[in-house]
Design a binder for this molecule. Sequence first.
Ligand code: GUN
Length: 293
Amino acid sequence: MTDFPADGILRRMATILDGKKVADSIYTKLLFDVSLLPSIPKLVVVLVGNDPASETYVRAKTKKAATLGLRSETLTLPSSFSEEDLVKTIRGLNDDKDVHGILVQLPLPKGIDRYKIMHAISPLKDVDGLHPENSGRLAEGNPRLVPCTAAGIIELLRFYSVGVEGKRAVIVGRSEIVGRPVAQLFLMHNATVTICHSKTRNLEKEIRNAEILIVAMGRPKFVIGEMVAPGTVVVDVGIHRTEDGLVGDVDFDSVAKVASAISPVPGGVGPLTIAMLMRNLVQAAQLKSLSQN
Ligand code: GUN
């Protein structure tokens, strides 16, 4: 037996973009930033209803805050809670001087307009970066609080010295939480950006054209090795619980054979989403302490 591939061409293994390692380096810096603040930042997570996946995500966020010595509280509200009462609750948190960051976990129960809720959060406490003042600032290239997963992807690429300038970055997915803010960040870093979505014609051709491919489409193992050009840097934002365990939107085994770098699921983008939430919380606390000076 030989380890040589059948076609005789030796290929380098793809670099694994290890999100946990990057997150740990971010936490080291955050702890220093926190030490300079006049008080320990406090996050309030608002969870409406009892979606099990949301409960898991919220637990992960508050647990990490506790590990870092940050304060957090989860406000669990019944799915029958009205939109009007939710807006009132948020206004109360906006006025609470002891609260630095507010996150309303999505999705919200049917009948609650998520835009009304996101718009009710003070833009200075909007650790999700979804308030139109924050998304507008990002669109003008002057960001303040940036959506966590999008910011995490940029940090992941920065840590591994993946240059973005002038590259063809293809983003599959146009959500407000990931696709759109990632596109804005790539534009800010002078990439040539293509955003693909469910109506894109010839998606495979677009994917093959990517030098950097960000997949956030919500379909398990959709992107396979044959779709990807050799040497592409692939970031997988998907996460799905399947019989094979947790998988992403990318078929890791086949894509890792052609990519120059790839983020795994789990352990890729996920840890960075939480790290960026913690960074946004610290940034919100910094914004508050600046406004008091
Ligand atoms: N649900 C899934 N991802 C997110 C996120 O980044 N923020 C909020 N608020 N809810 C989510």
